[in-house]
Design a protein around this ligand. Structure first.
Ligand SMILES: [Zn+2]
Length: 484
């Protein structure tokens, strides 16, 4: 069987299960009871213990293909569940648990394991084509566990009115933000391959543009990072309507925490208070000397960065200057006493041999590079403070694929409603309401409907927004400026 052609877009069919699992941190929130694999009936264990099956399965890891809901709806896989059937099976699984679900389906033979795999978004692999249905049991067990660990969508929240009501009634809102809320300001998303940043990085001889943010590359040659840092830095104290919306939530006493993946520190420009922001990947707000750990505010080195220079540590420079004064004094002293001078020279000889001009440390902005630990504040605050308080989650301008922000929806209690605002929907997490489109347009329309005054020069006073509901998804709505 030919596999379904992979569509363009992030959630390609070729995405292996393991990768999805890697970002699916729902499991963190699972209770031990839910986690118990005893739920899977013994027939599955027998299958799994069969070494032949294991080999087949492990060889086939690459062949496991993810099926998105829109692909299920469009009937791209032969003999697959319809979207309606798939949604029904998922709902049933969450309602009755894994053991009862398997009893009701596979044990009673009401549906084949092969077909049931598609209900949970897994394409039956080509190498199993023609095999007895039992051959699909191992794969189905994975599919069921994966689905069961997902937070199911809350059925009572679907419409724009529901979203507006949630905004008005919630008191402790967690806002998760990503690059999408800053792109309208001309700040490139360095993860996006479409930005000029990437082609620029090719000129620097980097095989993977993300190497710019690799700590070992930085240590080796900080010039690479600073040659592009000026393009990431906001040029003026501006902010987008979406940043303004977060500020508005704060003014209304509704903002619990804004967890942001962004390092541009634009939230601060909009007046979001430092105690309301967790910068999950750090930010340019401060910088630290790589040698002596001296810390400065970002403002103190922005001038150097703007000019494309490598900012150097003033504390190190001071020490070097003082040392050089001291050693000059020492030389004078040495020359006044021949014997002492000789002994000194021999004592210091190793230093003299390795003599290098002392250099000040480089000031590294306190953004988290690949290979560095994430700031502790994230988990501390989320688990010990925000988890119990949050009554609404709004995810804006991020595909939620990068840890640790990607983990948040799974860590929070499952009854907390979750709204997603971005250009394209994601399939690895189920939000209660998806509001698709330019996030500035979505938040301005939401504010309008909530009766809130979100003033921003980028929002025309007479802006009219058309909203259409995506066919087959009562909770998915597309926002477009009328006439645009
Ligand atoms: Zn220093």
């Amino acid at each position: 069987m030919d596999l379904v052609p992979a569509p363009s877009g992030e959630d390609s069919l070729k995405t292996p299960v393991v990768e999805v699992e890697a970002v699916d941190m729902d499991q963190l929130a699972m209770s031990a009871e839910e986690r118990a694999l005893e739920d899977i009936p013994s027939t599955y264990e027998t299958d799994s213990d069969d070494s032949e099956d294991w080999d087949t399965l492990s060889n086939a890891d690459d062949a496991i293909q993810i099926l998105r809901d829109d692909q299920i709806r469009d009937g791209l896989v032969p003999d697959a569940c319809t979207l309606e059937e798939a949604l029904g099976y998922r709902k049933r699984l969450h309602a009755i648990g894994k053991a009862a679900f398997v009893e009701e389906t596979i044990v009673r033979e009401t549906v084949t394991a092969k077909k049931l795999c598609t209900a949970f978004g897994i394409v039956p692999p080509a190498f199993l084509e023609g095999a007895p249905d039992e051959a699909y049991h191992s794969l189905l067990a994975i599919a069921i566990s994966r689905e069961f660990s997902r937070r199911p969508k809350l059925p009572q929240y679907n419409s724009i009115d529901d979203a507006v009501r949630l905004l008005r009634e919630s008191r402790n809102i967690i806002v998760l933000t990503g690059a999408g809320i800053s792109t309208s300001l001309g700040i490139p998303d360095f993860r996006s391959k479409d930005t000029g940043l990437y082609s620029k990085l090719e000129h620097l001889g980097l095989s993977d543009p993300q190497e710019v943010f690799d700590i070992s590359v930085f240590r080796e040659d900080p010039k690479i990072f600073f040659s592009i840092a000026k393009d990431i830095l906001p040029t003026e104290k501006k902010w987008s309507p979406t940043h303004g919306f977060i500020r508005l939530l704060q003014d209304k006493g509704k903002l619990l925490t804004n967890y942001t993946q962004n390092i541009d520190n634009i939230e601060a420009n909009a007046g979001v208070l430092p105690e309301k922001i967790v910068q999950c990947h750090g930010s340019f707000a401060t910088a630290t000397c790589v040698k002596c750990k001296f810390k400065v505010t970002g403002d103190e080195i922005f001038g150097e960065i703007k000019e494309g220079n490598v900012p150097e540590c003033t504390a190190c420079k001071k020490v070097i200057a003082e040392d050089s004064l001291k050693s000059q004094g020492l030389k004078r002293k040495r020359s006044s006493n021949g014997q002492q001078k000789d002994r000194k020279v021999s004592d210091d000889s190793s230093d003299e041999d390795d003599y290098e001009i002392p250099t000040p440390g480089v000031m590294k902005p306190d953004i988290t590079f690949f290979g560095e630990d994430l700031p502790d504040e994230f988990g501390e605050r989320l688990i010990h403070q925000d988890r119990e308080k949050a009554d609404l989650v709004i995810v804006i301008g991020t595909s939620l694929k990068v840890a640790p922000v990607a983990e948040v929806p799974g860590i929070l209690p499952r009854n907390v409603p979750q709204i997603y605002i971005s250009r394209t929907p994601v399939s690895h997490t189920d939000f209660d309401i998806d509001l698709l489109g330019d996030c500035d347009v979505v938040v301005s329309e939401l504010s309008r409907r909530a009766g809130w005054d979100l003033k921003h020069h980028m929002i025309p006073d007479d802006e009219k927004v058309d909203i259409t509901t995506v066919e087959g998804y009562e909770s998915r709505h597309v926002f477009k400026v009328a006439g645009a």
